[in-house]
Write a protein that binds this ligand. Structure first.
Ligand SMILES: NC(=O)c1ccc[n+]([C@@H]2O[C@H](COP(=O)([O-])OP(=O)(O)OC[C@H]3O[C@@H](n4cnc5c(N)ncnc54)[C@H](OP(=O)(O)O)[C@@H]3O)[C@@H](O)[C@H]2O)c1
Length: 320
């Protein structure tokens, strides 16, 4: 009999890739969505998705979501916001509400929480702080459940609206460089993240409450120069880097935050985001994850960028 899991965030960039992967892996997926109208996605196969209308603020919909499931993959999250409270409401209280919903299911479903490498540096921003607090909330509220926390670094791939402006500017032959030139960061192609979640769900119970870092297999990560040269190779065109001074970034971010508070939208570029973007070390280590699951990534940066740019050329960018 097909097994059933609950997935949150499947209308977003990473969640859409998880949904495709998990259905292909044979799971019946109960997927939370808060959009009033959802277009069917025929390429995913039929019958394996059950859409549950609701949101992380609504306990009743979460109870409905997790009924009859043996696993929960919690990917929904606030990645932009103007205040700490906005991030907390989704990234912390959302986790707690979903754990409460799981208490009524027997046996308890197994949890995979999509956190973020940002949680390693919670002091940098409201987002980072809320991701760490969300992890802590899971570890304490679900201490009697099987649970794993995954901390992806910068994830890229088709459908990612946040990296689209950077990709576009590289296609035009220029690329901003943020922070120090020698800053290093790990990266991950979205399909490899989805594979890892699939593996985690199949793995024998990893260490209770394990927190795993994950990256694309490039130990020591990338510099801006590595990223720019790789994309230049893929598009077969030189890309000229230009460094944006931190002071300019902070000035724009402060202006954006002010506008967001006045006009009531959720901003991406805030002073906290600038502190994240200019942090010199976002390199992570996936040894523990590989050991626990046997997972290994398939896409180094060049292969992942090739796929990403191919999809962009074919106009397939919106989360599918
Ligand atoms: N992208 C990255 O590089 C990256 C790196 C590390 C970790 N992460 C984590 O990965 C997760 C997904 O990120 P993403 O880049 O895919 O973001 P995204 O495209 O903005 O997707 C966010 C998803 O969460 C849902 N969501 C947000 N608030 C919700 C609420 N209150 N109730 C129900 N659903 C809600 C959104 O639903 P709607 O479609 O209705 O808005 C959407 O499906 C987040 O937890 C993020 O922290 C992302």
């Amino acid at each position: 009999m097909p097994r059933t899991l609950a997935l949150t965030g499947s209308t977003g960039f990473i969640g859409a890739a998880l949904l495709r992967k998990l259905i292909r892996a044979g799971w019946n997926v109960r997927a939370l969505h808060r959009q009033p109208f959802l277009r069917p996605r025929p390429e995913m196969g039929c019958g394996a998705i059950q859409w549950i209308h609701g949101c992380l603020e609504d306990s009743e919909s979460l109870h409905h979501l997790v009924q009859g499931t043996e696993a929960v993959v919690h990917c929904a999250g606030a990645i932009r916001g103007a205040t700490a409270a906005e991030f907390r409401r989704v990234n912390v209280e959302g986790v707690m509400r979903l754990v409460q919903a799981c208490r009524k299911v027997r046996p308890f479903p197994r949890w995979v929480l999509i956190s973020s490498l940002a949680a390693r540096e919670p002091h940098l921003s409201d987002y980072a702080g809320s991701k760490r607090e969300g992890e802590d909330a899971l570890q304490s509220a679900a201490s009697d459940m099987m649970r794993t926390v995954l901390r992806p670094p910068a994830v890229y791939g088709p459908g990612d609206r946040e990296t689209l402006p950077l990709v576009r500017s590289m296609q035009f032959g220029v690329s901003p460089v943020l922070g120090r030139r020698n800053s290093r960061f790990s990266m991950l192609f979205v399909e490899d993240l989805a594979d890892a979640v699939g593996r985690l769900l199949e793995a024998a119970a990893p260490r209770a409450g394990a927190t795993f870092e994950i990256h694309d297999g490039r130990n020591g990560g990338y510099t801006w120069a590595d990223l720019i040269q790789t994309v230049a190779r893929v598009i077969r065109k030189p890309i000229r880097p230009f460094r944006i001074p931190d002071a300019v970034l902070y000035a724009v971010a402060r202006g954006n935050l002010l506008m967001a508070r006045v006009f009531g939208y959720a901003p991406m570029l805030t002073p906290g985001k600038v502190r994240e973007l200019t942090h010199p070390d976002w390199v992570c280590n996936d040894t523990e994850l590989r050991r626990a699951t046997g997972w290994s990534p398939r896409f180094l940066l060049e292969a992942g960028m090739r796929q990403t740019l191919q999809q962009l050329r074919h106009g397939r960018w919106a989360a599918e």
